[in-house]
Design a protein around this ligand. Structure first.
Ligand code: FNR
Length: 345
């Protein structure tokens, strides 16, 4: 019999799959890239590699934090790690808080490093984690970076979630005392300019805006809740496109922006790059391929993304992923309205 925490991890995996298509709307659909017919480039000149500060990615997209802590999570993490190794993708793992009170849970995390000894592996913890906890998890995974998730919406919907959100001082202290790069990330509710400024003011240089439009933890946690009903929060937060526009306005030169939230095609990766993302995380879409369609289907899908991305860069006349930031685009519908009201364009 698995612990309550491990069962919660299993519920997240199954609900993230069951609910995925029902909640999927993609803000990036309201962005139109301007096509230029004469890009004056050869595909040979193009590289899709990118970097986020000290982290060097051979591919602009990576597997974003999802799971760990149960037997089912072990299997999912092992399969994702095999593909991360095969395609040289960076991979973040789900929150490792469970390992502090459940020793048996550790192997569902360490399997990722065992499977992919030389890959870029990103550990994940809550923004309230202590320095000792952060060091333990980095050591467990021999992690190249640590994500600290900020998930107020999710915690408040959970019946047994956190109720104290004084996080900034702790994040600042962790940044000052850890050697690996620290990424601060949302979990699918997006960020605004104020949040990004708060993070920048305490020295955060890697920010994952993780916006609304894909996996929706308001909906997932609401399904797990039997006493209260929070379905009025189903559309809470900024979309990925809105969050990237917010970030574009206030980011410092030293800030690296990571996009995630609803990314489900190489074109979405490119659009995020045009909006200034330095790298792009994918969670729910890959999980759904793996769980619904199987390992081989996800293998094929990732292969397709890797073949397609350099061609899309060539289509846009970009030799590298970061050159996308100068490509023209127009916005339509809700996203245009948002950008105008927030003075983001
Ligand atoms: C997540 N996500 C997540 N994020 C995090 O920082 N720590 C975590 O432990 C988890 N756990 C988790 C479980 C499952 C099953 C999913 C699908 C997702 C959130 C994830 O990293 C990402 O921020 C959001 O899911 C938005 O991206 P997608 O899913 O729309 O691509």
């Amino acid at each position: 019999m698995e612990s309550n925490h491990a069962q919660r991890k299993n519920e997240h995996l199954s609900l993230a799959t069951k609910l995925y298509t029902q909640v999927h709307t993609n803000s990036l659909d309201n962005m139109q890239i301007i096509h230029h017919s004469l890009p004056e480039i050869s595909l040979k000149e193009v590289t899709a590699a990118t970097s986020c500060g000290k982290l060097k990615f051979t591919s602009p997209f990576f597997i974003e934090a999802m799971t760990g802590g149960s037997q089912n999570a072990y299997k999912v993490n092992q399969k994702l790690a095999i593909l991360a190794k095969k395609y040289r993708l960076a991979m973040a793992i789900g929150s490792a808080s469970i390992t502090f009170h459940d020793q048996a849970a550790k192997k569902s995390f360490s399997v990722v490093r065992e499977t992919n000894p030389d890959g870029i592996i990103i550990a994940n913890l809550s923004a309230k984690a202590s320095l000792e906890q952060a060091k333990a998890v980095i050591e467990l995974l021999n992690a190249n970076a640590l994500e600290l998730h900020i998930n107020t919406t999710q915690e408040l919907i959970m019946s047994d979630g956190d109720r104290d959100f004084h996080w900034l001082a702790n994040i600042e202290s962790l940044i000052n005392h850890l050697d690996v790069p620290i990424i601060v990330k949302e979990v699918g509710f997006g960020m605004d300019a104020t949040t990004i400024n708060q993070l920048q003011s305490i020295g955060v240089q890697l920010i994952n805006i993780s916006g609304r439009g894909g996996t929706n933890f308001a909906v997932i946690e609401d399904h797990r809740n039997h006493l209260t009903n929070f379905d009025f929060l189903n559309d809470w937060g900024q979309t990925t496109l809105e969050s990237l526009l917010e970030a574009r306005k206030v980011r410092k030169k030293t800030t690296q922006i990571i996009a995630s939230g609803g990314i489900c095609s190489p074109l979405d990766v490119v659009k995020a790059g045009i909006l200034g993302a330095n790298a792009v995380g994918v969670a729910g879409y890959f999980l759904n391929h793996l769980i619904r369609d199987g390992f081989d289907a996800l293998d094929k899908e990732i292969n397709n993304w890797q073949v397609t991305l350099p061609r899309l860069l060539a289509l846009l006349g970009c030799r590298s992923f970061n050159e996308l930031a100068s490509i023209d685009f127009v916005l339509h519908g809700k996203e245009l309205e948002y950008a105008q009201q927030r003075h983001l364009i």
